[in-house]
Design a binder for this molecule. Structure first.
Ligand code: OAD
Length: 237
């Protein structure tokens, strides 16, 4: 922990790469591991463009359920520690795979969302986007755009490319970062996980905060085993 704190204190530029684990202590299920969403639901039935064309109502039902869980949740000390660190260290870029918006609600500002945002609806016909307020989560909207087109959740599904501007921003931030802090991700989903070897080859120190070993723990300079909500306040405070 002391070594990692020192790297962070001395770094001019830091990237935090977060995954579902940072929201676990807010009560939002992760995808893999015990209690993970992919233990109980099949991604190919809920999180692919094909699933949506086959049964948009089913897919929407699942996203409305996730929205209602997230709306009832609060950012936890892990999210808050990252937001406070950004206020003190302005050259922090927060790259997240999460779509839950809890980093926004914690007060982080420089957020790169690799997998989109569950609070955005996008029209399949005219591409218009609209933001859904989280206190409207229980109000089931019609899921149709003003133009008559069907709306879809503004998230990245399996088989879809990441938003190009987000990916470019993440790559650029990682290439110039002196320290990359990887929090709460199993590091098995690409291209996001590829940011870790990219950081290593660009010469950054990489710190992992996770109670478990991950697919890329072998590449990490400093593994801090524990919960983000406990470790991040101590590491960044
Ligand atoms: P995963 O569910 O794959 O991994 C969650 C990670 O969080 C695991 O390594 C856990 O050990 C760790 N974890 C659990 N509780 C934690 C805590 N309190 N503090 C810190 N870590 C904790 O989630 P992701 O890696 O984010 O993609 O998954 C990547 C992508 O796969 C997601 O963005 C989603 C999913 O399919 C899309 O939707 C495109």
């Amino acid at each position: 922990m002391n070594q990692a704190r020192e790297w962070l204190q001395q770094a001019q530029s830091v990237v935090a790469l977060t995954g579902a684990g940072i929201s676990a202590e807010s009560g939002i299920p992760t995808f893999r591991g015990p209690g993970g969403l992919w233990r109980n639901f099949k991604p190919e039935q809920l999180a692919t463009p094909e699933a949506f064309s086959a049964d948009p109502d089913l897919v929407w039902e699942w996203y409305e359920w996730r929205r209602s869980l997230i709306a009832a949740a609060q950012p936890n000390p892990g999210h808050l520690a990252l937001a406070a660190f950004e206020r003190r260290a302005p050259d922090l870029v927060l790259v997240t795979q999460n779509v839950d918006g809890l980093h926004d609600r914690a007060g982080s500002e420089r957020i790169v969302k690799l997998h989109g945002d569950i609070w955005i609806d996008r029209c399949l016909d005219c591409d218009a986007e609209q933001t859904v307020r989280f206190d409207d989560a229980r109000v089931v909207s019609s899921h149709y755009c003003g133009c008559g087109g069907l709306l879809r959740p503004g998230v990245v599904w399996f088989g879809e490319a990441l938003p190009l501007d987000a990916w470019r921003a993440a790559e650029q931030a990682v290439r110039r970062a002196e320290v990359v802090l990887v929090v709460g991700t199993s590091s098995v989903v690409y291209p996001a996980a590829g940011l870790i070897p990219m950081a290593k080859s660009a010469g950054a120190k990489v710190i992992e905060v996770n109670p478990e070993q991950t697919a890329l723990s072998g590449e990490i300079d400093c593994c801090l085993r524990g919960k983000a909500g406990e470790i991040l306040p101590a590491l960044l405070g």
